[in-house]
Design a protein around this ligand. Structure first.
Ligand SMILES: Cc1cc2nc3c(=O)[nH]c(=O)nc-3n(C[C@H](O)[C@H](O)[C@H](O)COP(=O)(O)OP(=O)(O)OC[C@H]3O[C@@H](n4cnc5c(N)ncnc54)[C@H](O)[C@@H]3O)c2cc1C
Length: 543
């Protein structure tokens, strides 16, 4: 095989294959710190796969986009999505390794943290498939609310991937999707117009009419849907195939032509008397689906942290090998500052995401952790997902022209980067959610302050920031126009608190560069007082 680069052409060696677990000190520390040390061997196995086999499959799955086939050759309606075989291979590896189901299939202390680590690693390899994996994971606690849906919950949690279009009784494992967003509004789902009419003689059965404007992963076996029942907005499970094997009565109208996320299909769908089963009470749809939404939002944080990690690793790798003006790029002081700033950002994103995953683990037996998870998810989803697009762009620039070329994968990361901030509640919606929690759930604000106060005395900048936040939280709780600033500062303080308490080597640089005044608006615009030595060695071992 010809070498990827010839000596003297100043092109870096190939990036992959790499072991994403072995490379990531921050991840290994976070897994141990947040209580999932027992799962390290299996996370390590997945890290090796994610940096090698999955990377190769991802290229094919992404390049050859899914297609909607509405009819078979006889003119019968089939509404089938055709994927490149690499997509199914990725899904199979992920599900068999627990990316979707580990938390429910093998419950134990630290299992949410372990699955969070798998999810973070998976996003680095093939983010499009993270969408159905995340929705399948997050749907399980909602399905478990209805004893009649026990088989659905068990099969969603099972480590088996089976893409065949069959009733779930004939499948060892299934995947789930979610239909909330309609044409007239995705943020304000109370305005949904789809209807659910009770079906006489069918236990908890309803007929759906109406549409969904965004329904990702339409090849899933079932979808959690919000629709207006006689008693108000209600959560329902709509199967793709009916128990007797017939297709359920809904039509896929078209696939969305998306900016990125190409390997995954997202569709528009029309209901035509589709059968669905109610979950929870009529009129309690938002409350019922909220548990799913919280878990998908945590995965948005983990995904964006993973995307940043992958972009950073490519940038550091390139700059360690590429020379300009007589030095390797990484030795040029200004490039070093850019890379170090990116490294601080990526590690702080991971640290906060994993801290929230631990709160999810502890939540069932610890009300303070449950309250913390509730509010920290909205704060983290806002901030980490907002940082990803600017991060991807800066990392891309570190590669110069090569970063604009598809084979470098940076364009793929760049197109993917905005998605997590938009779906499952766009930025403003997260900020308004934080205000709502502060105003209506005193335990959420108290848990947040307790978390920040636990780091008191470790950094004078953070102490000052907590004092200011305490005042702001009291004063701003109803001021919507100021919500972004409040939530940004809360996120930075939470990240600082997490890093400081972990005695993380990035903590000092994080506090000086993000809590103190004096930095510029872009990555790398840092005052000279920020200690950057050793950060890149931590971020990515030299190869
Ligand atoms: C690739 C992709 C896949 C998706 N998959 C799914 C899926 O599987 N299932 C599903 O249900 N949905 C899905 N969505 C839809 C997504 O969740 C919605 O697009 C999102 O929730 C925003 O809703 P909207 O598009 O209707 O925008 P709108 O609700 O119209 O919001 C537009 C903007 O206004 C802001 N805004 C709204 N209200 C306020 C307010 N009171 N104050 C200030 N600002 C406000 C929002 O933050 C947003 O920035 C997907 C979207 C994408 C892009």
């Amino acid at each position: 095989m010809a070498p990827a680069s010839a000596p003297g052409d100043n092109q870096p060696p190939e990036f992959a294959p790499r072991d994403l677990w072995r490379d990531d000190i921050a991840l290994r520390e976070a897994v141990e710190r947040e209580g999932a040390a027992a799962y390290m061997p299996r996370i390590a196995r997945y890290g090796a796969l994610a940096g090698d086999t999955l990377q190769q499959l991802a290229t094919d799955a992404h390049r050859d986009r899914p297609r909607l086939r509405r009819f078979d050759r006889f003119g019968h309606r089939i509404d089938r999505i055709e994927f490149h075989p690499a997509w199914h291979a990725v899904m199979q590896v992920a599900i068999e390794h627990g990316v979707a189901g580990l938390s429910w299939h093998e419950p134990g202390p630290g299992v949410h943290v372990a699955r969070a680590a798998l999810s973070y690693l998976h996003y680095q390899a093939e983010p499009g498939s993270s969408c159905p994996l995340t929705m399948t994971h997050a749907a399980v606690p909602v399905l478990r609310r209805e004893p009649a849906l026990r088989a659905w919950a068990e099969k969603a949690a099972a480590p088996h991937y089976d893409p065949r279009e069959l009733p779930i009784a004939d499948k060892p494992g299934i995947t789930l999707g979610m239909g909330m967003t309609e044409k007239q509004g995705g943020s304000d789902v109370r305005a949904n117009t789809s209807t659910a009419t009770p079906l006489p003689g069918v236990e908890a059965g309803y007929a759906l009419a109406g549409h969904k404007w965004f329904l990702s992963a339409p090849m899933s076996d079932g979808f959690l849907v919000l629709a207006q029942a006689p008693g108000g907005l209600t959560c329902l499970l709509m199967p793709r195939r009916l128990p007797d094997g017939e297709r359920n009565r809904f039509r896929l109208l078209r696939l969305k032509d998306k900016l990125g996320d190409w390997s995954n299909a997202s569709s528009e769908v029309e209901f035509d008397g589709s059968l669905a089963w109610r979950i929870g009470e009529e009129g309690r749809g938002i409350a019922t689906i909220l548990e799913m939404v919280m878990l998908t939002r945590l995965d948005c944080m983990l995904g964006s942290a993973g995307l940043m990690r992958m972009a950073l690793a490519h940038a550091v790798h390139h700059c360690r090998h590429r020379r300009a003006f007589g030095k390797r790029l990484v030795e040029q002081p200004l490039m070093h500052a850019v890379l170090a700033d990116l490294a601080i950002e990526a590690e702080s994103a991971l640290a906060l995401s994993m801290r929230v995953a631990r709160a999810v683990d502890a939540a069932p037996g610890d009300p303070q952790e449950a309250a913390f998870a509730r509010i920290a998810t909205a704060i983290g989803k806002y901030w980490i997902c907002k940082r990803a697009p600017a991060f991807a762009s800066e990392a891309q620039e570190c590669l110069g022209g090569n970063g604009y070329i598809e084979e470098s994968i940076l364009p793929r990361l760049y197109r993917q980067a905005p998605l997590n901030s938009i779906w499952e509640g766009a930025g403003n919606i997260q900020c308004l959610d934080v205000l709502r929690a502060l105003a209506r759930e005193p335990e959420a604000g108290a848990a947040l302050l307790a978390e920040l106060d636990a780091a008191r005395g470790l950094d004078a900048g953070l102490d000052a920031s907590i004092d200011a936040l305490r005042v702001a939280m009291a004063g701003h709780a109803t001021e919507e126009a100021g919500a972004r600033l409040l939530v940004e500062r809360l996120a930075l303080a939470l990240q600082a608190s997490t890093l400081l308490r972990a005695d993380n080597p990035m903590a000092g640089a994080f506090c000086r560069s993000r809590l103190d005044a004096g930095r510029g608006l872009v990555f790398g615009a840092l005052p000279a007082t920020v200690p950057l030595d050793g950060l890149l060695a931590r971020a990515l071992p030299a190869d």
